[in-house]
Write a protein that binds this ligand. Sequence first.
Ligand SMILES: Nc1ccn([C@H]2C[C@H](O)[C@@H](COP(=O)(O)OP(=O)(O)OP(=O)(O)O)O2)c(=O)n1
Length: 166
Amino acid sequence: MENQSNSKQNQQEHTFTEGLSFEGFRQIMKKFANDRDWNQYHTPRNLLLAFTGEVGELCELFQWKGEVSEGLPEFSEEEKIRVGEEMADCLAYLTRLADQCKIDLTQAILRKMEMNAKKYPVEKCKGKSDKYTSYQEMKEQPQGENQQNQQEQLNIQQQQPEQKIE
Ligand SMILES: Nc1ccn([C@H]2C[C@H](O)[C@@H](COP(=O)(O)OP(=O)(O)OP(=O)(O)O)O2)c(=O)n1
């Protein structure tokens, strides 16, 4: 009986607690910095360094564990809490960084997800993890010339990443 309810729980979709938007979190972090007179330290470069430091702390928790599974069954409850804390620190600094750079993070996320959907159409990439460049359509060319042209196109795309999805 207990096993049945456990497996039912495992099948349930994992969700985040509702009620916090990116704008809400921006305001929380802004107030946190304002209250402490820390805007003077929260410069873009400092925040970027702090962010990467926290990414490092998150990586440290996974270091030497080998591959871990969905839901982190290999981690203790305490370790899982630490994982959440480090993720929160990463997001806190990223949110502050976006704010201090005057980037609308909500808009940037929505725009980027739309770009991703166009770049990785379901019908072309379902079940495949290839980079989008591997299935981009190439103009019909005679053999040999086509290969050279593909390499040239890849080189151009690598130099101009913002034009990749057009
Ligand atoms: N100048 C600072 C210092 C801290 N924080 C906030 C953002 C993070 O959410 C958290 C980071 O705090 P710590 O630098 O103390 O880092 P940790 O919480 O990871 O502590 P430790 O390094 O001991 O693991 O506090 C901040 O906004 N600006």
